[in-house]
Design a protein around this ligand. Structure first.
Ligand code: ADP
Length: 449
């Protein structure tokens, strides 16, 4: 609980409120004390002037200070002040506390002269606060009432702030809670989970990014499942063929002669090619291909690949041609991988081109790219299959493809290898007329002539 964001928000808000109320209380208290002090000084001043006037009137009526003591005691009680009166000789004639009467007036006090017409100064009035506790008491009273006011006001403000913070934090934290819940469900393998949020702020952005990530995860998981299912399916056919041959030999239905062994051998070769291709594809998709890239002459690589394919093309009665302009720039590639791309494309072209047809491998330079194309005059690919042609295990005609030994990985591998070089692969095809596969390879800027 103490680590929850909601608790921390509540604690922070409460602290801010308490500090604010404390600071306001302190400053208002200071200001009020000043005001009280000034007010009391003004009141003392007014009392003293009035007493000065009344005493002068008293003396001018009476002619002396006799009988003044009771009045001075009353005033002293009334105003809460120590009032002392000395006559013209400096002898105390009245004292509100009745202590100094008849004694000489203490010289350390400053007084107000009492004068009457014709006689001049007839005495002095001394006024002093009765005790230093007088204004302290009023301070205390103000302090206490203000303290109460601030205590209740502060408590009310704190409660309101806590309620507002609680509601606000619940609103703020609801996307976070939704994210936590959804991610834990994702973690348990339910990849269809998404966070529902209307929040337009940073947390909403986080939820949307999270949903994108969940979408990617769901797709990756689907691909993984498909791959496992497809691979199992592909492995099953050659394996069950081998099993069939072996069982037939065991049951004496088929003789273990050279022809049978050759058939089994072919199935084994098919299996091991499939496993090699799958391994290559897995490495390419994980971005873990061990590539040795260097500046290579693409014409040389094409000529070598064409020479290697020539016997297969001749055997099928297909002409294998090249169209390579002079002075093509070097490109930054792994020659082994690009030869494999060429092999896959030429192999497909020869397989799908009938006798008398032509397969042409061409290259041309375009800006920062070398574009290589393999064009055939073969059967072509139906338009509805074209978008899927680079997907793994995809074959236009399953039964015929099986007869040609293909397992639908050649184009997928070619695409991954070209992309690993930073290039793109594309296809154009017309049914009955032929196909044209094109891929691009980067020309490093320093090598462009
Ligand atoms: P495969 O190992 O079956 O050849 P690929 O991935 O290389 O797998 O090709 C996928 C499918 O695309 C093939 O089964 C074939 O139907 C079709 N295809 C590829 N190249 C050509 C081509 N040049 N002409 C006609 N169809 C082609």
């Amino acid at each position: 609980m103490t680590h929850s964001l909601q608790f921390r928000l509540l604690a922070a808000f409460t602290l801010v409120i308490l500090v604010t109320i404390g600071a306001v209380f302190f400053f208002i208290n200071q200001a009020t004390q000043n005001e009280i002090r000034q007010f009391e000084q003004r009141a003392e001043e007014t009392h003293a002037s009035r007493m000065q006037f009344e005493l002068s009137v008293y003396y001018s009526r009476q002619g002396n200070w006799n009988g003044i003591q009771p009045y001075i005691e009353q005033w002293g009680n009334l105003y809460g002040q120590r009032i002392t009166i000395a006559d013209a000789n400096g002898t105390v004639v009245a004292d509100s506390q009745n202590l100094l009467v008849g004694m000489p007036c203490p010289t350390n006090m400053t007084g107000r002269p009492l004068s009457v017409p014709w006689e001049g100064i007839v005495g002095t009035l001394y006024v002093a606060p009765q005790s230093s506790g007088a204004d302290l008491t009023s301070f205390l009273i103000v302090y206490q009432s203000m303290g109460r006011f601030f205590l209740w006001g502060g408590a009310l403000a704190a409660v309101m702030a806590l309620v507002v913070t609680f509601l606000l934090s619940r609103r703020i934290l609801s996307p976070v809670r939704a994210l936590t819940l959804t991610s834990s469900r994702l973690g348990q393998g339910d990849f269809s989970q998404r966070v529902q949020t209307q929040d337009k702020g940073e947390l909403g952005e986080l939820a949307r990014t999270f949903n994108l990530m969940a979408g990617d995860l769901e797709r990756a998981e689907k691909l993984r499942r498909n791959l496992v299912a497809d691979t199992a399916h592909e492995l099953r056919t050659p394996l069950s063929n081998i099993q069939g041959y072996l069982e037939a030999i065991r049951d004496g239905v088929v003789q273990p002669d050279t022809a049978t062994i050759n058939s089994i051998h072919e199935e084994v070769i098919l299996l091991s090619r499939l496993i090699d291709d799958l391994q290559e594809l897995a490495l390419a998709e994980a971005g873990k291909l061990n590539m040795v890239r260097q500046a290579e002459n693409i014409s040389t690589i094409i000529n070598q690949a064409v020479a290697a394919m020539q016997p297969q093309a001749s055997a099928k009665g297909v002409s294998l041609l090249t169209d390579l302009p002079d002075g093509l720039p070097l490109c930054d590639i792994d020659s082994h991988r690009i030869s494999q791309v060429l092999r896959n494309l030429m192999d497909n072209a020869v397989v799908h081109t009938p006798e008398g047809g032509t397969v042409t491998v061409a290259a041309r330079h375009q800006d920062k790219w070398i574009e290589v194309s393999v064009t055939d005059t073969g059967e072509g690919i139906p338009a509805e299959d074209l978008p899927n042609i680079f997907e793994r295990f995809y074959r236009v005609d399953q039964s015929r493809a099986r007869a040609t030994g293909g397992h639908g990985l050649g184009l997928t591998i070619a695409k991954r290898l070209v992309e690993a070089h930073g290039g793109k692969i594309d296809v154009q095809s017309e049914l009955g007329k032929g196909s044209r596969f094109t891929f691009t390879l980067p020309v490093p800027e320093l090598i462009i002539p």
